[in-house]
Ligand binder design. Structure first.
Ligand code: SAM
Length: 313
């Protein structure tokens, strides 16, 4: 059975990247008059407590969302050695897409409190209009139950459907969507090695059913060949299909193993991740070129902190 629980990871640096990009994509797609259907193939529990047992055990939000907030309330004093990005942030403030992300998360909390962290289904639903639809898939029995209960509280009726089934397979029956406009977010836990191949196969199959949809895939950047294969294979797929693509990555630390004072090997945890988008909004690249240097500056944990925004097609 699956042991991955997103509650341990909610608000970490990977969520900051993923949710900032997700919101930026949605803002653009929702400007049009025609209804949009959003699919979240790996939805999680929907809402998380940052003061709860899971989040406090891992402390991951402290290196992600909470670190961004702390930077806002107490930016470091600038010195001679401050980077150009730090100086420009001090002068011009946060990039609009980061500010948008922080404001949206804040809207789930009472003023000044940061106890609740919304997962992708809630961030998406908050932005949708009445005509738009959201279909979310979650296979973990406990998280699927929590997600259903959380979504029920929204009283969103038929706008949101929670499907307790495999998202890779389940999406097939919905493509193409009725109004022929859709965003597919795929955010697997990659707990099962096969997920790396399945996410690429899902996008390949989806493109044959619905070539004009926007597809956004989150992937970890870790020293495993199958993880490196995800952006490489998606790029090949997009290029062969004649589609535009964008690949955004955020690295916060080295991926090297270290050792502690007792000589025990210390694993670095997740050092970096990426979002690969097929058929991205034309505005996305410029928005991320402004935002990612700032995320790397604030969330970077060592001299390996970096980012990239690459596009093609
Ligand atoms: N997208 C969520 C967010 O940003 O808030 C986080 C999702 S978490 C990284 C991945 C989730 O996928 C887990 O809750 C896991 O139980 C679920 N999962 C794993 N395999 C799945 C599958 N084949 N279909 C649907 N859900 C799956």
């Amino acid at each position: 059975m699956f042991s991955y629980r997103h509650a341990f990871h909610a608000g970490n640096h990977a969520d900051v990247l993923k949710h900032t990009v997700l919101i930026a994509i949605l803002r653009h797609l929702l400007q049009k008059d025609t209804a949009l259907t959003v699919f979240d193939t790996h939805a999680g529990a929907g809402l998380y407590r940052l003061d709860g047992e899971y989040a406090e055990t891992s402390g991951e939000a402290g290196h992600g969302f909470l670190k961004l907030l702390a930077h806002l309330s107490a930016p470091p004093a600038l010195g001679k050695k401050s980077s150009a990005v730090a100086k420009s942030m001090a002068e011009s403030g946060l990039a609009p897409v980061i500010q948008d992300y922080l404001d949206l998360v804040a809207s789930f909390n009472s003023k000044g409190s940061h106890k609740v962290y919304p997962g992708s289904p809630f961030l998406i639903q908050r932005l949708l209009g009445e005509r738009d639809k959201l279909k979310v898939f979650e296979i973990h029995p406990t998280d699927a139950k929590t997600l259903s209960a959380n979504i029920a509280q929204l009283e969103a009726g038929r706008q949101v459907a929670v499907l307790r089934e495999d998202g890779f397979e389940g999406i097939k029956k919905f493509l193409p969507p009725p109004a022929r406009r859709a965003l597919v977010l795929s955010d697997p836990s990659y707990e099962i090695k096969n997920d790396y191949a399945r996410v690429v196969a899902m996008v390949a199959d989806s493109l044959t059913r619905f070539a004009t949809g926007t597809y956004a895939v989150w992937y970890p950047i870790i020293p495993r060949p199958e993880a490196h294969d995800v952006p490489r294979k998606l790029k090949t797929l997009a290029t062969k299909s004649g589609k535009k693509w964008l690949n955004a990555t955020l690295t916060v630390k080295s991926s090297k193993l270290t050792s502690d004072d007792a000589g025990e090997v210390v694993r670095p945890g997740l050092p970096a991740s990426g979002m690969f988008i097929i058929n991205p909004p034309h505005t996305l690249k410029a928005s991320l070129q402004l935002a990612l240097p700032q995320l790397a500056e604030v969330l970077g944990q060592d001299q390996n902190a970096s980012f990239s925004v690459e596009s093609g097609g």
